[in-house]
Write a new protein. Structure first.
Lengths: 392, 98
């Protein structure tokens, strides 16, 4: 029988929630890495027991953790003493060094700071880990300050795909309120060379050659809070999601506006439709219905909580524009939590499960595509990320 | 033997309990102690000082013999009591943030 494993990153540790396919009874494991900020955990689609985790601390910096047994035990790749000549340098699993070599042809060292001056790139943390679709030892990391790194040795060492920062618009990138983070990485199963990424607040970018060359894909985005609302870059993209079965169809939750593209990001159209507010962070797509999407509208860009104290997921079965509120099982009064950008996920079971976590420490599941919700846990630390593994 | 006391989270990361005892070759300095510490526990690389610049991370402090040595040159000799193993070098996570 199928089962699910929910990987939850929180402000003070990681938790692993498991259930059978009914998704009614849950076991909770954790906290793992208690006291650390766990920005993101994600399992390899090739080997579900291989899980990568981003562990961070304002005191001790970045740590990469790896599990090879589904989260029962963890190791820091490269943490062992390796005296062998030619072996990867020990302790390099948390070494994220920006590529400024002449070999790249584009040694890029500054971006735009809040005051308009140029500022050096400074690594702060890993926001998102995206394991390869084909190799459990290959994993991508989206980091702050915004850049994309790749490891091909199971997270033991990292190398920047410098063509992203070096393609030309990098000096114009500027941090958003949460920092200048690369928070979204989407690998296209239909085209091994195609990767989509998103940066706050630079926008969305795409490569079609595995990460060497990149281009902005922000045409159609309108951001009235920047000097040129339709600029090539500078848009605060909060998250992007897609169903793997539809190669060129993606959905975006922008700072304001929900958007869709049918041509791989070459052009975007707004599909906010009848949403009560089109501000939000999380967005995801039904596992089996590429035009069924989920968002959690948030009141405004300063208040960061649901309208009227009612926690409502909105679902569109029409690829946007027409939205319905999903409220059964969700608090409909006095609820003032947020749902962060990486804190929503779907499983692959026949009756698609939808999950999201809140800054109030709840993780909710709907085993029936959003019709009914129930909390799996009530009182975790603030949830930063939620990912789901569907296990057979 | 040089004695080093790590903060809780780094002890957990390195999977050690209590003090760490290290052999340090040559002059006992912050740098030589940290070099020996990272060589024995590579997972600590980058957690106390930057991988590339080797500068102390902002919220890490080094104490010994009731003195804050954090702003000392990393190449200054540590107090004799540390070099002789009488007193430990304390690695402290600064009380900041919350």
């Amino acid at each position: 029988m199928s089962s699910v494993r929910v990987l939850v990153g929180t402000h003070k540790g990681a938790f692993i929630l498991t259930s059978d396919g009914k998704r009614e009874k849950w076991e909770v494991s954790g906290p793992h890495f208690a006291g650390w900020e766990m920005y993101h955990l994600k399992g390899s689609p090739v080997d579900p027991d291989r899980i990568y985790a981003s562990q961070t601390s304002g005191w001790f910096g970045q740590i990469i953790q790896r599990s090879s047994d589904g989260g029962k035990t963890w190791e820091t790749p490269g943490g062992e003493v390796v005296p062998t000549p030619g072996a990867p340098p020990p302790g390099a699993s948390n070494k994220f060094v920006y590529d400024t070599t002449v070999e790249t042809g584009k040694p890029l060292t500054t971006h735009m700071w809040y005051d308009g001056t140029q500022h050096p790139w400074e690594f702060k943390r890993v926001w998102h880990l995206e394991p390869s679709l084909t190799d459990p030892d290959t994993v991508y990391a989206g980091v702050e300050d915004a850049a994309l790194f790749r490891s091909t040795d199971g997270g033991g060492s990292w190398h920047e795909l410098a063509g992203l920062r070096g393609h030309g618009t990098g000096p114009k990138w500027q941090p958003g309120a949460g920092g200048m983070c690369l928070h979204t990485i989407i690998l296209d199963p239909s085209d091994p060379g195609r990767i989509y990424i998103a940066i706050s607040s630079a926008g969305a970018f795409r490569t079609d050659d595995g990460g060497t060359n990149w281009k902005p894909i922000n045409r159609g985005l309108k951001s009235t809070y920047i000097p040129d609302p339709t600029a090539e870059i500078g848009h605060c993209v909060h998250h992007i999601a897609k169903n793997p079965s539809r190669p060129n169809l993606l959905f975006m939750q922008k700072h304001w506006d929900v958007m869709r593209t049918d041509d791989g990001g070459d052009s975007w159209q707004e599909v906010s439709g009848n949403l009560p507010t089109d501000f939000g962070f999380a967005i995801d797509v039904h596992a089996h219905e590429p035009e069924t999407i989920y968002v959690v509208p948030i009141k405004s860009d300063s208040e960061h909580f649901p309208l009227e104290g009612k926690l409502r997921v909105y679902r569109s079965r029409t690829g946007g524009n027409e939205w319905e509120a999903l409220t059964k099982g969700l608090p409909q009064r006095d609820c003032y939590v947020n749902v962060l950008r990486d804190a929503m996920a779907v499983d692959q079971l026949d009756s698609c499960g939808v999950y999201f976590g809140t800054t109030g420490g709840q993780v909710y599941v709907s085993p029936d595509a959003g019709d009914n919700w129930t909390p799996i846990v009530h009182d975790l630390p603030a949830v930063l990320s939620v990912e789901v593994q569907t296990l057979s | 033997m040089i004695r080093v006391v790590l903060p809780h989270h780094l002890r957990t990361l390195a999977r050690v309990e209590g003090e760490v005892q290290l052999e340090v070759q040559g002059v006992v300095t912050q740098r030589s102690v940290l070099d020996a510490l990272e060589a024995r526990f590579p997972m600590l690389c980058g957690t106390m000082r930057d991988h590339v610049t080797l500068k102390r991370r902002p919220f890490i402090r080094f104490f010994a013999c009731a003195e804050d040595l954090s702003l000392e040159s990393p190449d200054n000799p540590l107090p004799d009591a540390v070099a002789k193993g009488v007193e430990p070098l304390l690695v402290i996570g600064a009380i900041a943030g919350g």
